[in-house]
Design a binder for this molecule. Structure first.
Ligand code: 5GP
Ligand code: ZN
Length: 115
């Protein structure tokens, strides 16, 4: 757990969240400010700041996170129509919370390129 990390506090139960999935390594919860009908954040419970600087030792954990994202999308009923999965990384991509999280957005049509 990192001091002053919002998502570590959610993992610890110090801040409430609307959870959609949890296991020993991962937590998924609804974004507080949803940008689509389905907007879930999937995080490792371990504090990893960002996709930038990810290490070889994180490979299994992040692979597990991607598999969980695939299952959550199916469980939430957006996989057939399609969904967007996004890691915002550092300033230019508007990363605000420096505990790595995969945004899973679905339930509406998205455009490309993203804004
Ligand atoms: P970022 O810009 O870092 O990729 O995204 C951070 C996300 O965390 C934003 O979509 C924001 O709405 C969400 N968020 C920020 N604070 C909270 C919170 O306290 N609870 C939940 N569930 N989501 C949060
Ligand atoms: Zn953290």
């Amino acid at each position: 757990m990192a001091e002053d990390c919002l998502f570590c506090k959610i993992v610890a139960g110090d801040i409430p969240a609307d959870k959609v999935f949890e296991d020993d390594d991962l937590l998924a919860f609804k974004d507080i400010n949803p940008q689509a009908p389905v907007h879930v954040l999937i995080i490792p419970k371990k504090h990893v700041p960002s996709l930038d600087g990810l290490e070889e030792g994180d490979a299994a954990l992040m692979g597990k996170l991607m598999v969980a994202a695939s299952r959550i999308a199916r469980d939430l009923g957006v996989s057939g129509a399609g969904y967007r999965s996004v890691f915002n990384t550092n300033k230019d991509a508007c990363q605000e919370v420096f505990h790595i999280h995969l945004h899973l957005l679905g339930g509406r049509k998205f455009s490309w390129p993203p804004g």
